[in-house]
Write a protein of this length. Structure first.
Length: 294
């Protein structure tokens, strides 16, 4: 469109921005009107932006869909229970305390204290720990058990397995020779899984398992055997070949994926915008039964 003249900077940040905000408010109004009849939940999560500022997001979730309410920059502030509770109470008052059914957060100690404070201040509102966060902690306690934890001995083999899978993935993706050979025999890509994913360790291990045939062809390739580099690289190639050609190692991976599958399945089912609270207990019982059946 050669005759199109884009809006000026001042018009974008004033008139057009105000018009768009009014348009969004009109679109959201039917959802807000339903709060009085159906209620809503106040949800929160925390993250750090590109400038490493700690931000706290507050959303309103209801059967009509989630609405972003605000984001608070908590730089330089101790995020204790009282501070968090005051943020929530202010947001609750903004949407109407009589409309709010519950507050949902992770189950960190400061959030538990904030939830207790809210329940005392507003008795009709209850605090609920995030199901997805609880499941993530369960996965983390298995995949990254603390040496001081009681389950460390039982879960150490998982910690070792995750370390081996991670080292294999890093070597293949970060070394030109290994990456070229892997692509030569490619059937599945090895993904760089974001650390923010709740099930990142399981996803990474599953992807390596899917790439089993490609990895086996890679390590028996003449170019892999004849690869020359420094002692560290050559030792790493021998170590990776030993793992990939070890049937017991693949058996461990298959068992790990089998018993984490019900947990990941519930995690992904709960991590949706749709209402799931009424299904949580049945989903939990089903998950436990499937894990016990292994």
């Amino acid at each position: 469109m050669p005759d199109y003249v884009p809006p000026t900077y001042n018009r974008l940040r004033t008139t057009l921005l105000a018009q768009e905000k009014a348009h969004i408010d009109r679109k959201l109004q039917p959802i807000k009107d339903a709060w009085k009849r159906k209620g809503l939940s106040i949800c929160s999560d925390g993250w750090s932006n590109i400038k490493r500022r700690p931000l706290i997001n507050i959303m309103a979730a209801s059967s009509g869909g989630p609405i972003f309410l605000k984001s608070i920059n908590s730089s330089g502030i101790v995020k204790g229970g009282e501070y968090i509770a005051n943020l929530f109470i202010k947001s609750i008052e903004e949407v109407g305390a009589s409309n709010v059914v519950q507050v949902i957060t992770n189950n960190a100690s400061n959030m538990k204290l904030a939830g207790s404070t809210i329940e005392q201040t507003l008795p009709h509102i209850f605090w609920t720990p995030c199901v997805v966060h609880c499941l993530n902690l369960a996965l983390k306690s298995m995949c990254q058990p603390s040496r001081k934890s009681t389950q460390f001995i039982n879960c150490k083999w998982i910690l070792d397995l995750i370390g081996e899978v991670s080292n294999l993935k890093i070597f293949v993706l970060n070394h030109d020779m290994a990456h070229a050979l892997f692509q030569k025999h490619l059937a599945w890509y090895l993904l760089k899984v974001a650390e923010t994913r709740f099930d990142s360790h399981v996803v990474m291990t599953s992807r390596v398992h899917q790439a089993k045939a490609s990895l086996e062809r890679m390590v028996v390739d003449d170019d892999w055997r004849n690869y020359k580099g420094d002692e560290v690289i050559e030792a790493k190639t021998r170590e990776i070949k030993s793992l990939v050609m070890n049937d017991e190692w693949w058996d461990k991976i298959e068992y790990f994926l089998k018993f984490t599958k019900p947990i990941v399945s519930m995690l992904r089912s709960a991590d949706l915008d749709a209402s799931k609270l009424h299904l949580v207990y049945n989903m939990w019982d089903t998950m436990i039964e499937k894990v016990k059946d292994l």
